[in-house]
Design a protein around this ligand. Structure first.
Ligand code: AMP
Ligand code: MG
Length: 394
């Protein structure tokens, strides 16, 4: 009898087995979705000088209600040529250097022209409207830490500190194999008793979306020789192999036996997750493998819960999923089992969580409507309306 372990245990076992991939320098234009492998330090102050936040006039606050003479115009990218003295101001553009002497900028919209070269503040009061030198970042500040998973906003920061070739982890190469006599590729029309292979494409997309490199090896028929051949193709060329289907207890579920024959030690073979119980995880000298259940929702959920954090860990990123906590709109029930259950849900515009129609692990049509998935713990059989639930966004 195979031992069923909890999701937390499976997570711990898999993530502690993960090995760090090598690192490489890439162009900042190729860094999106990669995991940073060095701390990045700023070589400049930001802002680099006291900078106007508005188009307007740089003045001395003590002169706020006086008529002022416009002494010069300071565009962005040009240094002021003289300080602002009493009774004076400088016309200034957003992003330009505030001249010495001035301690605030009044907005152009709040100023009236009183003569050819004189202005008067027409408002009641003004904010300072100056971004001070180094108020965001000082020279030498660590602006990004090793392990950061780079999103577009991180790319902006890399650019602004001049880090044009950040050191990042290699992308994990992930081999994908489908198994099943019933499978045909999506371009084909399934004959009676056949279905289309959707897992392989879902998995390739899931791998690509988290920064991995998917390598697709095709469909293995439910024979030892076929599974063996595709696995041996994938092992060695990839860092991790994902095999979907054939991991359960049916007569033709041969994957676990073949994984062992190919040199994998199976660290777990059953996880208390619904959907996804017969999930396998193996390690060998040549790399890692996950045996994923064949139903597409199971495959999706297990990738999300275990494979994605594993692949990110290989790149040095500790993945913490985005959860929002909101009340349930309607009750959800589940049978009493030893497994925790994951359900697809939507977030409503009024700030609640609504379960969606979901027929079980083969119901691939349910997922595209979902904003996230929620977990009903093993010991719970019903979540009442109003229960605060954690929605893991997908
Ligand atoms: P298995 O884990 O092989 O017993 O498969 C469980 C269920 O998932 C069966 O109904 C399979 O037909 C289905 N299935 C297996 N592989 C795939 C796949 N690649 N794409 C879509 N459905 C699949
Ligand atoms: Mg099968």
């Amino acid at each position: 009898m195979v031992k069923m372990i909890s999701r937390e245990e499976a997570y711990k076992i898999a993530l502690s087995a993960a090995v760090r991939l090598p690192t490489q320098r890439v162009s900042i234009q190729d860094a999106l979705g990669r995991v940073l492998a060095e701390d990045v330090v700023s070589d400049i102050d930001m802002p680099p000088f006291d900078k106007s936040a508005m188009d307007g006039y740089a003045i001395r606050r003590e002169d706020l209600f006086n008529e002022l003479r416009v002494c010069e115009v300071v565009p962005a990218g040009h240094a002021p040529t003289r300080p602002v003295g009493p009774g004076e101001c400088a016309k200034i553009m957003t992003g330009a250097m505030v001249p010495d002497g001035a301690d605030c900028v009044v907005m152009k919209e709040h100023v009236e022209l009183t003569g050819e070269n004189t202005i008067h503040f027409a408002g009641k009061d003004t904010a300072t409207n100056i971004c001070y030198k180094a108020e965001d970042t000082a020279v030498g500040d660590v602006v990004l830490r090793s392990g950061e998973w780079l999103r577009p906003q991180h790319i902006a920061l890399l650019a602004s500190v001049g880090c044009t070739t950040p050191l990042v982890s290699h992308r994990p190469r992930v081999g994908i194999i489908a198994t099943g006599d019933e499978l045909v590729e999506p371009a084909e029309k399934p004959a009676i008793s056949q279905i289309r292979n959707s897992n392989s494409y879902q998995l390739q997309a899931q791998v690509a979306a988290m920064g991995g490199l998917p390598y697709y090896y095709g469909i293995a028929r439910d024979t030892a020789s076929d599974i063996d051949a595709l696995l041996r193709d994938a092992i060695g060329t990839t860092d991790v192999v994902l095999v979907s289907g054939g991991v359960s207890v049916g007569d033709y579920d041969l994957v676990p036996t073949i994984l062992k024959r190919c040199g994998f030690e199976l660290l777990f073979e059953s996880v208390a997750i619904k959907p996804g119980k017969p999930t396998h995880f193996g390690v060998s000298d040549a790399g890692f493998c996950f045996g994923l259940p064949g139903n597409p929702v199971s495959t999706f959920v297990i990738f999300e819960l275990l494979v994605k954090p594993f692949l990110l860990k290989m790149q040095g990123h500790d993945y913490t999923p985005q959860n929002v906590i909101m009340p349930l709109d309607e009750p959800i029930e589940k049978r009493r089992t030893r497994r925790e259950a994951w359900y697809p849900v939507v977030l409503t515009a009024t700030g609640s969580v609504r379960p969606i129609e979901y027929h079980g692990s083969a119901h691939a049509r349910a997922l595209p409507q979902a904003d996230g998935i929620i977990c009903i713990p093993a010991s719970v059989t019903k979540l009442e309306k109003g229960t605060m639930v954690h929605v893991r966004q997908i």
